[in-house]
Design a protein around this ligand. Sequence first.
Ligand code: FAD
Ligand code: SF4
Length: 330
Amino acid sequence: MHLDPFELHRPSSVEETVSLAGRLAPAFDYIAGGTDLLPNYKMRLNVRPNLIALEDVSELRGISLDRVGAMVRLGELETDPAFGSAYRGVVEAAAEVATPLVRASGTVGGNLLVETRCFFFNQSFPWRKSLGFCLKADGDKCHVVPQKEKCYATFSGDLAPTLAVLDAEVEVAGPDGRRRVPVASLYDASGDGIQRHHLRPSELIVAVHFPPEARTLRGSYRKLRIRPSFDFPELGVAVAARQSADGGVERLALSVGGLETYPRRFDDLTRRLVGERPTIAKVRELADAVRQLVRPVHNTALAPDYRRKMAGVYVRRSVAEILGVAEETR
Ligand SMILES: Cc1cc2nc3c(=O)[nH]c(=O)nc-3n(C[C@H](O)[C@H](O)[C@H](O)COP(=O)(O)OP(=O)(O)OC[C@H]3O[C@@H](n4cnc5c(N)ncnc54)[C@H](O)[C@@H]3O)c2cc1C
Ligand code: SF4
């Protein structure tokens, strides 16, 4: 596999980056750490002739408890002590992305916009050609759900669910100026594996912002994958909660990634526990409801029925642990 030639652009400010993007659109990609984009380019997946490197844009850097720049490396996030003690779930997720070498280059912004995955897509050009190309690159049909004209590639970023449960927002800059979008609204069921987020054309992620309430929450992340040292999530469960002194649930949020085309929050279900003293029966009820709602398809290594079943198990364990509810043995 080789990289086809491309032109590399190196702007040094957000304004310069966005104006360059406006001129080159749609024939460009932003490149941050390149750990997702360049392997995809080598497989000739949706290659563009221009790359806009974000490396020299200083405004995209910096870690604090209020703000993390889009170009912060996952390795930096993982080793920042103050950030780690405030946002345990985010750091648990960052530490489980790929390998230390990949995390030394891979960034927060790149992780939020990592390509959705499917075993008919993440393949070399000759492999895909021999089978017939699909909707997501070069073709006009889906091999997973042939009767539908949409892509079911799986959302496989680890950070987004953990940021969504904290009500974090992304600051984006584009041709129409800057705006903030809640991470939880960046992706939803109206998109698919191709239209995987709601950024407008040429928009750049500048930073992630944390509301003051995020620091009052306890968070966690549980990930299912085949090789724990390396693989993308087959399922990722993020939880954040706060309880009163007597154990009553004041706030509870849950987001599940690695199963569908977007990380999905379950606010209607978690709201039922707010104001309650949690019990294992209520936690089980929540976990069973999530298991019944999620719809993984057969496009990653593990079978959809198994991932669905494990969604129930991981949600039960994560919520029970965060709320301090003992799991009965049976
Ligand atoms: C072996 C291996 C294992 C991996 N395992 C995991 C895993 O377990 N979990 C996981 O989540 N990821 C995994 N990844 C994918 C990837 O390494 C990470 O998601 C990483 O955080 C991507 O960041 P990056 O800076 O390298 O993104 P890039 O590859 O540079 O970019 C990814 C996408 O984001 C866009 N982009 C990047 N930054 C911005 C920005 N600021 N604004 C707008 N668009 C932007 C790019 O245009 C591109 O479309 C793995 C990769 C490899 C090679
Ligand atoms: S889900 Fe279908 S369209 Fe999407 S990448 Fe897989 S085969 Fe292609």
